[in-house]
Design a protein around this ligand. Structure first.
Ligand code: ATR
Length: 271
């Protein structure tokens, strides 16, 4: 059953102009005949708390993206189990003036990996690039896979050390080349490649039997995924994860099953 409609439906991030979420969420809203517009709003870290207070006052719901997923979690009164474990929020809603946070990236990441591998992930050697909010969701998911080891690399080493300690049993690599050396699955959870064609790591350094998942989403895919495929690697960009997390958010906001085919079509995904 549909819940009371929120006052606004927003994506909060900085930058947000490259986000594909408005395209597919608005397609889902149209398909469900829900009279709301999903708006992307650019909010600086300094303004986050005051903007969120204004949005809570109008019972807004929405998503959180780079770079606010971790800091937003601290503003929520309650967190779901997934958001609590990740320490990051990508989905929020307001009930009776109270702000609640969830993390549907975890579910979205698991869905995208299963699709990429063609099976439930087990016995993986994961190289995780990045240590922000998206990386925390990847760690939450991969930490539950059986017989799996994880090595994390991040530009700012202290952040990878902190996140590795929080999850336990995660190795920290000093350089990205070291992280990917023996990997069976390489995940880019940095924002590298979002606004240009730069690579988080040279695909030539990735073992040829490894799979590659880029969490970055771009219409037409990312240059890194194209280069990885050019090397014969099994590789996918972040659009499958994006749709899966977005569909889970839609269910959370409205208590309705979204039109996933319309969502996929809106960002050029078929099948
Ligand atoms: P998100 O919520 O998408 O994870 P975030 O928490 O801001 O956003 O994290 C962004 C990640 O991309 C971080 O791991 C960041 O590295 P730092 O911790 O060193 O900032 C990484 N990142 C962004 N730009 C980068 C760049 N040019 N080179 C390497 N890493 C980069």
């Amino acid at each position: 059953m549909i819940r009371p409609l929120p006052g606004r439906l927003v994506l909060i991030g900085d930058p947000v102009t490259h986000s594909l979420s408005p395209r597919f969420q608005n397609a889902a809203l149209r398909s469900a005949a829900i009279p709301l517009q999903y708006e992307a709003i650019k909010v600086s870290a300094a303004d986050l708390a005051s903007v969120v207070a204004d949005l809570a006052a109008v019972s807004a719901t929405g998503n959180i993206t780079i770079p606010h997923k971790v800091s937003f979690a601290a503003l929520c009164r309650t967190l779901t189990g997934a958001a609590e474990i990740a320490g990051a929020v990508n989905t929020f809603w307001v009930e009776n003036g109270v702000l609640h946070g969830d993390n549907t990236d975890v579910e979205g990441f698991n869905f995208a990996v299963e699709r990429l591998l063609g099976s439930t992930p087990i016995r993986q050697t994961v190289a995780l690039l990045g240590a922000g909010g998206a990386a925390a969701a990847v760690l939450s998911a991969a930490n539950q896979w059986q017989e799996t080891s994880i090595t994390i690399w991040n530009r700012t080493r202290e952040k990878s050390v902190a996140v590795a300690e929080r999850f336990g049993g995660v190795r920290v690599a000093a350089v990205s080349e070291q992280a990917v050396k023996d990997a069976t699955l390489v995940v880019n959870a940095t924002s590298i490649g979002m606004t240009d064609d730069s690579f988080p790591v040279d695909p030539a350094l990735i073992p040829e039997t490894a799979s590659v998942l880029d969490i970055v989403c771009r219409i037409g895919g990312t240059a890194w995924v194209r280069a990885a495929r050019g090397r014969g690697l099994n590789a996918s960009d972040g659009r499958e994860m994006l749709i899966a997390q977005g569909a889970a958010s839609f269910r959370r906001w409205f208590g309705l099953e979204p039109d996933v085919a319309a969502m996929r079509g809106a960002i050029g995904l078929t099948g």
